[in-house]
Design a protein around this ligand. Structure first.
Ligand code: ADP
Length: 500
């Protein structure tokens, strides 16, 4: 069966019935749909109402002659293929017919094979033309789709409230939206095409964009973030990732700018509020704590009831907990406000850590734990210039945690190593350990891992955020390695270049 694409409708216009019948037979056998008319007028009428691709047309007919019919057919639809049939085949008539746009010429009388051959050729041509038209239509539609898609995406990017900037592999800007220009207060008429350095002043961000564009650290999936501020106390978070080509080659980068000023202001207000409240609460709480201690001492002398002593001791413990919480909150506020690390001094890190270990040994001994500073490296440890308070707080917190989260009789080692221009300090315990799913979370404020082993250990959940804040402020790094049930190692890396 032929499908509609290959369906050919043929009209025979001839006044001789025998010719019409003969041709019908031949053409139907060829799979064509055939109609016929005995004169030019009837033929033209059919053509007006029905779709016909080929016309077999007799030249000599009563009424309108063939050449005129041909002319009118061509006027109606020049794609119709007209094959002239005539018993008066002369060179002149043939030339005339061809001039009027006839496709071919069959002299009468003819053999069926001749008709078949000519119609077949015309049919091939029609099918070819239909296919070309179909392809062209598809091509136009795809182009149209692409065009609409492109302009739609462009409109979306233009309308985005966040700044968007796209660079090529050399770090040149190829696209940016009005929000980007507005956010960085750049000239709204600024054109693309220049290096990213001509649009963004923050050097750190420019370097990052260059690196992402070229794929320097080879992590195409990674989303990089960078915080920066611009004059008038505006804060932004840039999020960027590489753009890859068909063969995974680096084509550039796409960066989105999010205005975080409101969040920053809120954060500052919150820190100020917390600092104020903590400050106000500290003295009355300390007074309550001291008075509870006093009453407890006197009560012991007067041998008051055991229940009362118990209640007062609990109250004293709780106020102590609150005082530590307030101390931690104040420390955090100071770190967030950037008011730590002001007093730089030359420090021998082994001495500073040695004295913390000595100080905390009393606490460790109460839990029958061994707390030692391991043998120092043979080579002398370089002195560093840093804020001793910050370092004391970092290692004080880490070693206290190691004591708290290691059962009685456990061992805590503190180790100092120097390599690759870094001083590395390890606090290693054989305590409860931390499940890998909590390794990031423990640095969040107030986060405490709650399980059977840790539930009775008091704490604020602020120690590690303080440690992290301080390590960041002195441009160091902190890493955790831990296996539940075996112990944890907290490693602090101090790059010497940041401490000279
Ligand atoms: P806190 O000790 O006051 O709860 P931190 O911020 O210092 O708060 O620690 C957060 C959580 O991390 C702790 O509650 C504890 O579950 C876990 N953690 C910290 N240090 C260790 C450690 N050395 N071993 C096991 N768990 C630890």
């Amino acid at each position: 069966m032929q499908n509609s694409e290959h369906e050919i409708r043929v009209l025979i216009v001839d006044d001789e019935q025998s010719i019409r019948i003969g041709c019908q037979r031949i053409l139907k056998r060829m799979g064509c749909i055939v109609k016929d008319a005995a004169c030019g007028e009837d033929g033209l009428e059919i053509l007006k109402n029905e779709e016909v691709s080929i016309v077999l047309l007799d030249l000599k007919m009563p009424g309108i002659d063939g050449i005129e019919v041909l002319r009118r057919i061509k006027q109606m639809d020049e794609n119709v293929m007209v094959i002239i049939m005539t018993g008066f085949a002369t060179v002149e008539t043939a030339i005339e017919a061809m001039k009027q746009g006839a496709y071919d010429f069959i002299p009468k009388p003819f053999e069926p094979d001749h008709v078949r051959l000519v119609v077949d050729r015309a049919r091939e041509k029609i099918i070819l033309r239909r296919e070309t038209e179909k392809l062209e239509k598809e091509r136009r539609r795809t182009l149209l789709d692409l065009g609409t898609e492109k302009s739609r995406i462009r409109s979306i990017i233009e309308a985005l409230p966040n700044g968007v900037i796209v660079t090529n592999a050399e770090g040149k800007v190829v696209l940016m939206n009005p929000a980007f220009l507005r956010q960085l207060k750049l000239d709204p008429e600024l054109k693309t095409g220049e290096s990213i350095k001509n649009y963004i002043k923050d050097e750190g961000l420019c370097d990052l964009v260059m690196n992402i564009s070229k794929g320097i650290d080879g992590s195409p999936e990674k989303i990089y973030t960078y915080e920066f501020s611009v004059p008038e106390n505006k804060y932004f978070l840039a999020r960027g990732r590489s753009v890859l080509g068909e063969y995974n080659e680096y084509l550039g980068a796409v960066i989105i700018l999010i205005n975080t000023t409101a969040l920053k202001v809120l954060d500052q207000l919150k820190s100020e509020f917390v600092a104020k409240v903590s400050h106000e609460l500290r003295s009355p709480l300390s007074t309550i704590h001291e008075q509870l201690a006093l009453v407890l001492g006197e009560m012991a002398q007067e041998e008051q009831s055991e229940k009362e002593t118990h209640l007062l001791s609990r109250a004293k413990e709780k106020t102590q907990g609150l005082i530590s919480l307030i101390g931690d909150l104040l420390d955090l506020s100071r770190i967030e406000a950037g008011s730590t690390g002001q007093e730089f001094r030359e420090i021998k890190i082994e001495e500073l850590i040695g004295s913390i270990v000595d100080f905390l040994n009393t606490r460790a001994k109460k839990k029958k734990q061994i707390l030692i500073l391991d043998k120092l490296p043979d080579k002398p440890i370089p002195k560093i210039t840093a804020d001793p308070m910050a370092l004391e707080s970092i290692f004080g917190n880490l070693i206290t945690n190691a004591i708290n989260y290691t059962p009685e009789g456990g061992e805590i080692h503190v180790k100092i190593e120097v390599y690759d221009n870094n001083i590395c300090i390890y606090v290693i315990d054989n305590g409860f350990g931390i499940d890998s799913k909590y390794k990031e979370k423990i640095f969040d404020r107030f986060y405490r891992v709650k399980n059977e082993k840790t539930r009775y250990i008091t704490g604020t959940g602020l120690g590690l955020p303080i440690v992290k804040g301080l390590v960041d402020s002195i441009k160091g790094k902190i890493e955790v390695d831990s296996t539940p049930g075996e112990g944890s190692t907290f490693k602090v890396i101090l790059p010497l270049e940041n401490f000279s």
